[in-house]
Each structure stands twice: as C-alpha cells, then as structure tokens.
Design a protein around this ligand. Structure first.
Ligand SMILES: Nc1ncnc2c1ncn2[C@@H]1O[C@H](COP(=O)(O)OP(=O)(O)OP(=O)(O)O)[C@@H](O)[C@H]1O
Length: 275
C-alpha cells in the first residue's frame, strides 16, 4: 500500500506469524480508587501483540482510568503489570513512553497555537538524542538529526493525508482533523503499543470511516498493537480482535466481538442500553 510503505521509516515493521498473538502486556488484579470511588476493581486482562483490543463499557466504568494505569499516569493501589519481562506495581510514564507505549486522549491534548507539523515534531522529542547545548556546539550533526526527524514526520503527514494542513495552527482545525493530528503525534513516537481514548468521538460518519481506515492500516501494515476505548459499537465490533467489557470498575466480559455481543451480562449492562 503506497501510503503505508511511505511511512516505513517512522514505524515498526509488520509482524511475523510467530510474533503475532504473544502477550505484550498483562494486567493482574488491578485496583484503583479515588477517595470512596473504586474506579477499577480487581481487573485482569492481557494485551496480545499485533491485536486491536477494545475496552468498552458505560460512562464511568473505568476505561480511561485503565489506559492511565497502562501508561503510568495513574498508580494502582493493588495489582501488578507485566511488561517487557518485568513485573511492576505501576508503570512509570517515562518508562512507558520510552518503551513504545503512546496514547491519545479523550479531550484532544495538542498545542493549539502550534502548526500540525510542529505538533507532530513534539512526538519526536523522546527520540531526540542531543540536548540543546550539544546542538549549539555541534551545528552540523544536530542539523542532520533534525532533518531525520522532519523526514519521519513528513512520512506521517503523507500517511494521514494531512499535507494541506501542515502549516495550520491546530486550534483552527475542525475537530475530526485535530483527532487525526493527535493520532499523528502518537505515531511520531513509533509506538509498539498505541492507546487510543475514544478516537472517533464527536466525528461525523465520513471522519469515522477515515479514522477506522488509519487505525486498521497502522495495525496491519506496521504490526502496531492497539488498545482503544470507543463507544461506537459498530466500529468496535468491526475493527477489534478482542473486547474487554468494564462495568462499575469490574470486568464483566473478555472475548471476541461475537462472544461479547452474545453475552447477556454485557447486553444488560451496556449493549442493550442506547448511548
Ligand atoms: N482523577 C480522578 N479523580 C477522581 N475520580 C476519578 C478520577 N479519574 C477517574 N475518576 C472516577 O473514576 C471512575 C471511572 O472513571 P473513568 O473516566 O475511568 O471512566 P470511563 O469508563 O472512561 O468513563 P467515560 O466513558 O465517561 O469516559 C469515575 O467514577 C470517575 O469519576
């Protein structure tokens, strides 16, 4: 695929059959509370390499909190997380980012006054080897490194078809395009695991179709593992390999879209209710 090939330098390669399906992250009996509110109550599940895993459930079920536990923004009071051969009580956000976990947010978290291009460049910060003093001393190599990062970002711009808005301050963009830029910034980190918090929220049908296409292409062409929260059940059932269902902080189901769709507990708690 032309766009996908053009982004190869900015993303991990697609997976071999042997790699796909291995557990890349395991959450064991996670408990997280805020005062009297139990946001997550003894939840365990695994994330497998190369899959698209959806986390669904009613408002306040603990979905965003779970993403925050995975990338280290929230520290669970109990439980453990297995990642890259280590078991830890809580993730550290820097460790997570450095080891390939990137995320987008439910409420877009871009620098609104900065251009699309500059927002994407911020996604490269962790990849920049040289600090500002080094850059001042060694202009040539620093310039070379900057060019390499720009090249990676340009490939993402091509891949996400956002050439026309590369210089536009993101605050001036329609919501759907801001969401796409936010995806681009996460991709600029070249993640192994991409956490997407309601990537289609607030989008019209056409914008949702575009976003679905990009999510699937990232997953299929580069083998990026994707964990997403989404309320649009059509989208969830179409693009996910597996689905974890939370309700009041408790996991009530975990399986393929077909298994989850047929689960009476899930129908009663969520699928049977209009949202
Ligand atoms: N930082 C926080 N401080 C206090 N309470 C919080 C905090 N973050 C989440 N909560 C509470 O934890 C519970 C789970 O919230 P969370 O945002 O994870 O749910 P959610 O499933 O993502 O909901 P939604 O679909 O509405 O985004 C809620 O009761 C929420 O009010």
């Amino acid at each position: 695929m032309a766009e996908a090939d053009s982004m190869n330098a900015a993303a991990p390669a697609a997976l071999s059959d042997a790699q796909a399906g291995q557990t890349v992250l395991r959450l064991n009996d996670i408990e997280l509370g805020f005062g009297g509110v139990k946001a997550i109550n003894k939840v365990s599940f695994e994330v497998r390499k190369g899959e698209i895993l959806a986390i669904i459930g009613p408002n306040g079920a603990g979905k965003s909190s779970m993403l925050n536990v995975i990338n280290g923004f929230y520290k669970p009071q109990k439980g453990s997380i297995e990642f890259r051969g280590e078991t830890r009580r809580a993730m550290d956000p820097n460790h997570a980012a450095k080891h390939g976990i990137a995320r987008t947010f439910q409420n877009i978290a871009l620098f609104k006054g900065m251009s699309t291009l500059d927002n994407l460049m911020t996604g490269r910060l962790l990849k920049m080897k040289r600090n500002i003093f080094w850059q001042a001393l060694y202009w040539g190599p620093a310039q070379k490194e900057e060019l390499e990062h720009r090249e990676a970002v340009e490939k993402i711009i091509d891949f996400l078809e956002i050439q026309a808005i590369r210089r536009t301050p993101v605050g001036k963009l329609p919501y759907g395009l801001q969401k796409r830029v936010e995806l681009g910034r996460a991709l600029a980190m070249e993640p192994d695991i991409l956490l997407l918090d309601e990537p289609m929220a607030g989008m019209n049908v056409e914008e949702k179709e575009d976003m679905c296409r990009f999510v699937l292409e990232v997953n299929q062409e580069f083998g990026t593992t994707i964990v997403l929260i989404e309320h649009d059940m059509g989208v969830v059932m179409d693009i996910s390999d597996r689905v974890v269902v939370l309700d009041y902080g408790v996991k009530i189901a975990d399986g393929t879209p077909d298994q989850v769709r047929a689960n009476q507990r899930v129908i009663d708690a969520y699928l049977g209710v209009s949202h």
